[in-house]
Design a binder for this molecule. Structure first.
Ligand code: HEC
Ligand code: HEC
Ligand code: HEC
Ligand code: HEC
Ligand code: HEC
Ligand code: HEC
Length: 436
């Protein structure tokens, strides 16, 4: 006889996975992540090595506050070399505060125009700064392309699987099958009692009853009892879990955060790149919530909104966390973390990896997290159930472009099928890929 433990484990796997793996239709449409490629027609004018070195510096050091054709935290930089002398630019970029302090008229003017936001000093060599300027020139020559890229990335509309209906169906199905099992059990029981009675009354009918003896003893065995008890507990639990979490509470979950931090302001209005704060998202499993030091990169100077005087109470909470005194501009040692409330949370049994999706598959954050750049307070946009993961893996083509790792797989796949290779074809439905 199998040990009750094994039985329970097998049943659990079958029970929990079947509805999801049966393959439901869903109108999940996956966003085209065709990243607009910047083609520089005028490349020959600029040394491509210098341009790419400049681009890297710009992306790492400047992009958080500057874009080419759009004012964000700092001014748009397209055409900057047409407007300003290279020498002035180098001095400014190396230490803008010093230039302002020296009384330079234009420096003071732009500083005031930008409500006295400080652009920090950069420890860059002349040639490094020149490479950044060359990169900006090359982008300027190509200005329209840049605008296109900005437009594409900010207007991509997304939709995700609508699964509320599916889960209601699962719950209904479970309750219904629970009911069926109950009826069956009552039937079986009455049959057994009937047989017992017959045996008792009719000693000559022994042969008929003997035939059933094995089944009767199985039905009375501990394993069977265990199974019945398990099925009922599981049904009750599953219904409870689905009812409490999958449908109602988690999707749309929007806790109040300790600081009134707004993605709409930062990622929307000021277009700060998600990666600037969520530094792990392309490299690791976890996206990371930024430490207050990252906030301080800007908020040592941005003390209030709209250039108002005084310190916003919300921003003073950041100062409290890093023990910063804005009057003396000094840091103390009495730091304490900001206790952000977690919005998205998979149970421990499931494994999810951001870099696999964001870096390898080049998916947009918004596909899973919705229009974060429009949220003042973050809420959970997708339901994060197993069905949600699986559905997308069934329907999404693997991004094999420029990824040598997939060449062999694609070849093998094309021999077998004419359909494009989906995530399920590379093992995206295997239990062990998502469960330890
Ligand atoms: C923390 C945000 C921030 C970062 C990072 C930053 N800047 Fe700035 N930058 C500003 C702000 C704000 C201004 C407007 C002047 C002011 O308030 O000081 C500015 C102004 C400028 C100007 C003058 C623009 C004009 O129209 O006159 C140039 C040029 C410039 N930045 C280049 C750079 C370069 C190059 C880098 C990267 C090495 C960089 N900035 C990094 C915030 C930033
Ligand atoms: C790249 C620069 C930058 C970074 C980094 C940054 N902010 Fe901001 N923050 C801004 C700008 C710009 C504003 C809007 C200022 C305005 O409206 O004049 C702002 C506004 C705010 C406000 C609104 C203040 C109020 O009174 O309404 C809060 C709160 C805030 N930020 C919190 C944070 C926190 C927390 C972090 C770190 C997780 C952070 N910021 C990181 C640039 C930044
Ligand atoms: C200036 C820093 C900053 C930028 C830029 C930023 N975030 Fe955040 N993000 C935070 C902070 C701080 C939190 C934690 C507080 C909260 O939930 O609002 C957070 C929380 C989140 C969460 C919820 C995490 C959880 O608790 O489950 C998601 C999802 C998220 N960000 C996605 C994005 C996306 C997508 C972008 C780009 C469009 C982005 N963020 C840009 C700072 C930032
Ligand atoms: C394929 C769907 C998917 C994509 C694409 C995606 N995320 Fe997530 N994100 C998740 C899931 C699922 C979780 C919950 C992970 C957990 O609890 O282990 C999560 C959690 C987070 C968190 C909370 C902290 C953490 O790492 O657990 C942040 C912040 C976040 N995502 C930011 C981002 C940003 C920024 C991007 C885009 C660069 C992005 N996500 C793209 C599905 C996605
Ligand atoms: C909107 C679509 C989408 C959603 C939702 C999604 N994924 Fe994926 N997932 C992908 C794509 C696309 C890949 C293929 C990445 C690649 O090229 O390796 C992938 C790959 C994976 C892989 C690697 C598979 C392999 O065989 O190498 C794992 C593990 C994974 N996803 C887990 C999850 C989990 C767990 C969830 C739910 C919490 C989830 N995914 C939700 C699109 C999605
Ligand atoms: C693409 C990723 C993925 C694959 C493949 C996958 N699971 Fe899951 N599974 C999840 C996630 C995510 C959860 C958590 C869902 C939730 O919290 O509602 C989960 C939850 C579960 C649970 C807990 C019950 C529940 O509904 O909360 C069981 C049991 C389970 N999976 C079994 C399996 C089995 C068996 C297989 C293989 C046939 C499998 N899973 C394949 C992602 C996956």
């Amino acid at each position: 006889m199998p040990k009750p433990y094994h039985l329970v484990a097998i049943c659990m796997a079958i029970f929990f996975s079947t509805p999801v793996l049966l393959g439901q239709e869903s109108d999940s449409s996956v966003v085209e992540t065709d990243s607009a490629v910047m083609v520089n027609d005028t490349d020959d004018v600029f040394d491509p090595n210098v341009v790419s070195a400049g681009k890297e510096l710009f992306d790492n050091q400047c992009a958080v506050c500057h874009q080419m054709t759009k004012r964000v935290v700092g001014p748009a930089l397209a055409g900057i070399s047409d407007r300003l002398e290279e020498e002035w630019l180098i001095t400014w970029i190396r230490n803008s505060q010093q230039l302002i302090g020296s009384g330079d008229e234009y420096a003071n003017q732009i500083f005031n125009d930008y409500s006295k936001l400080t652009m920090q000093a950069f420890d860059l060599s002349d040639s490094e700064i020149k490479s950044i300027l060359t990169y900006i020139k090359s982008e300027t020559a190509n200005g329209s392309a840049v605008e296109d890229v900005v437009a594409v990335s900010s207007t991509t509309s997304v939709s995700v699987p609508q699964e509320d209906g599916f889960f209601t169906a699962v719950v209904v199905m479970i309750i219904f099958s629970g009911f069926l099992i109950l009826v069956l059990l009552i039937l079986i029981r009455s049959v057994i009692t009937k047989h017992k009675k017959e045996k008792h009354f009719n000693e000559h009918g022994g042969s008929v009853i003997d035939l059933n003896a094995k089944e009767v003893s199985f039905l009375k065995s501990n394993a069977f009892l265990g199974l019945v008890v398990f099925i009922f507990t599981a049904i009750a639990l599953k219904t409870l879990i689905d009812g409490a979490f999958s449908i109602g509470v988690q999707q749309g979950y929007q806790p109040t955060q300790p600081i009134n931090y707004s993605h709409k302001v930062h990622a929307g209005d000021f277009e700060i790149d998600c990666n600037y704060c969520h530094t792990g998202v392309k490299k690791s499993r976890s996206a990371n919530i930024p430490s207050p030091n990252i906030c301080m990169n800007c908020h040592t100077d941005i003390k209030n909104v709209g250039g108002q005087d005084g310190i916003s109470p919300e921003i003073s909470k950041i100062y409290a966390a890093v023990d910063y005194n804005p009057d003396t501009r000094e840091y103390g040692t009495n730091t304490k973390p900001i206790e952000w409330v977690r919005v998205h949370n998979l149970p421990d049994l499931a494994y999810f990896n951001h870099s696999q999706h964001v870096d390898v598959a080049e998916m947009e954050c918004q596909t899973c997290h919705g229009p974060i750049q429009e949220m003042d307070v973050v809420y959970q946009y997708s339901n994060l159930t197993m069905g949600w993961c699986i559905n997308c893996h069934r329907e999404t083509d693997v991004n094999t472009k420029g990824n040598g790792y997939y060449d062999n797989l694609v070849e093998l796949h094309n021999e077998k099928s004419k359909e494009p290779m989906k995530v399920e074809d590379i093992g995206g439905l295997e239990c062990a890929k998502c469960h330890y």
